[in-house]
Design a binder for this molecule. Structure first.
Ligand code: GLN
Length: 508
């Protein structure tokens, strides 16, 4: 059921909130063992919250999301609940405050039933880099659900939540939505407050909904969007009527079609499927306009310089002292002592230049504090996060900064300009969401570049800061769903919702 159908039933008394919450509890209890979408649940809290909201329904003061049971990606703070980012380094960390989006959802009476699996610190495209183990695609348990919001997409697809929140830094809402056959909306940067979202790459990160329908996504966006003084990149711009855009879409829109996004690497069947949808939209009055995005081919390279640079800085806070996992102090002191003794023995035996070299090593020996940082981080971070920190530190280091980081900033601007130019001519730009359908679990794990290429169509929207949506576009002959993506200029969420709804009306 959609949010509005549920709400009607709840308000008319046909369904009680307890029944709704119990439905999802049953679903989670029977399916989560296999799918692994939830990493934590609190059913008692959800049931008692259902009672509170039921009272509001009964006395006519229910909020916009009364009746909506939601799961939250484990990267968004909910006070008193664990906030792990699917990392060992935060495995015992509990949020001390609510994210703005959580406050807003609660204020409108959403019921939050659990925390969703993800790639560690939202780094990944397959939800395989999680301390809790991989999430499985509900359509085929041998396939990945996409990432990093794999739990958020799988939970919706498997009816383990009515809608969920994910985060999108380079495609992590839209790509899993495509692989799992649900709707995923990445708002404009600054449209939804990031207060309480654990930072990965701060100039890219966005919170947004995953849902069964475009209208549901619009309803969640309507609640979470808007200025927040606690996030100084939050926009003061008034929000628009997202629900109206999803309910009464205009058919006479101008759709930009970039050749760059329909070329090599794209699955033939997905390409044909999207082209045939576009032909139908055209027959209904849409205008298809070729557009050029000459710099998007540098999107992946640019993103993996800038996002890793930001990540290496953001993740410096996990030092084992202020947050999360701390290595065993005695073990660490012991190791340090042993190294020192070994070096001192070498020093005694060495001669000439060797002696000088050993002496130098002795002076470079970590202090106990530095060693504790290193050991805590070595134990606490997984392999992909370490790779990002190393890459990011490298591109920011003296001597390489201008060649990589500085250059990537300039290319980011060129990509933004490409979109600005294109949006002078069109309302939205269309593309596939991902080049293929969901792939086999484990098949890209030892090839990071292949993994990174999954985001080839989603990443440039984050570089440009604009909004985008992925809507189910069809089922491949391999039985798996795939999505179509629309992006629009900053703060034009109504346009992507409009276009997304047009597709939904054709496909379903
Ligand atoms: N897959 C991309 C990455 O690994 C994007 C992740 C995201 O959007 N959080 O960085």
């Amino acid at each position: 059921m959609t949010i509005s159908e549920t709400r009607d039933k709840v308000l008319s008394g046909e369904l009680s909130l307890r029944e709704i919450v119990e439905h999802y509890i049953t679903q989670i209890e029977s399916k989560n063992v296999d799918i692994n979408a939830y990493v934590n649940t609190d059913f008692d809290a959800a049931l008692s919250r259902a009672e509170e909201v039921q009272k509001k329904i009964d006395n006519g003061t229910a909020g916009k999301l009364a009746g909506v049971a939601m799961g939250i990606k484990d990267v968004i703070s909910e006070r008193g609940k664990k906030l792990t980012c699917a990392s060992k380094i935060l495995e015992n960390f509990e949020s001390v405050y609510d994210a703005t989006v959580i406050e807003r959802l609660r204020a409108e009476d959403a019921i939050l039933i659990g925390r969703l699996n993800m790639d560690e610190f939202a780094m990944g495209s397959a939800n395989e880099f999680s301390n809790f183990g991989p999430v499985k695609n509900p359509h085929d348990h041998d396939k990945v659900p996409g990432g990093s919001s794999g739990g958020s997409a799988a939970a919706v697809a498997a009816d383990m939540a009515m809608t969920t929140l994910g985060s999108d830094t380079g495609g992590s809402i839209r790509q899993p939505a495509s692989y799992c056959g649900v709707v995923g909306l990445k708002p404009t940067y600054g449209r939804v407050s990031r207060y309480g979202l654990v930072a990965f790459a701060s100039s890219f990160d966005c919170i947004g909904p995953l849902a069964h329908s475009v209208e549901d996504a619009a309803r969640v966006l309507d609640v979470i969007a808007g200025f927040d003084e606690r996030d100084n990149t939050s926009s003061q711009k008034e929000k628009d009527d997202y629900i109206e855009a999803a309910q009464s879409p205009n058919k006479k829109i101008k759709i930009g079609v970039p050749e760059a996004f329909f070329g090599e690497g794209l699955d033939e069947e997905i390409k044909k499927g999207i082209e045939s949808i576009l032909n139908e939209l055209e027959a209904d009055g849409a205008e298809l306009v070729p557009v050029e995005l000459p710099h998007v081919k540098y999107g992946i390279a640019t993103y993996y310089i800038l996002a890793t640079a930001e990540a290496s800085s953001n993740l410096a806070r996990y030092d084992g002292i202020r947050y999360g996992h701390r290595a065993d102090k005695d073990e660490m002191l012991d190791e340090l002592k042993k190294e020192e003794i070994a070096l001192k023995e070498q020093f005694e035996l060495a001669e000439g230049e060797d002696k000088i070299a050993v002496q130098e090593e002795l002076t470079k020996l970590d202090s106990a504090l530095v060693r504790l940082y290193k050991k805590s981080r070595t134990e606490g971070f997984g392999p992909e996060v370490k790779r990002r920190i190393m890459l990011g530190t490298y591109v920011l280091s003296a001597g390489y900064y201008d060649a990589y980081y500085g250059k990537a900033q300039k290319v980011r601007r060129l990509i933004q300009n490409d979109y600005k130019e294109a949006f002078k001519k069109v309302d939205v730009i269309v593309s596939p969401t991902a080049p293929t359908t969901a792939f086999d679990i484990g098949s890209k794990l030892d090839d990071p570049v292949q993994m990174y290429l999954n985001d080839v169509y989603t990443i440039s929207a984050n570089l440009a800061g604009i909004c985008g949506i992925s809507v189910p576009a069809g089922t491949h002959s391999n039985g798996l769903p795939y999505g179509i993506q629309f992006v629009a200029d900053s703060f034009e969420e109504t346009k992507v919702l409009n276009a997304g709804r047009l597709v939904e009306m054709k496909v379903s």
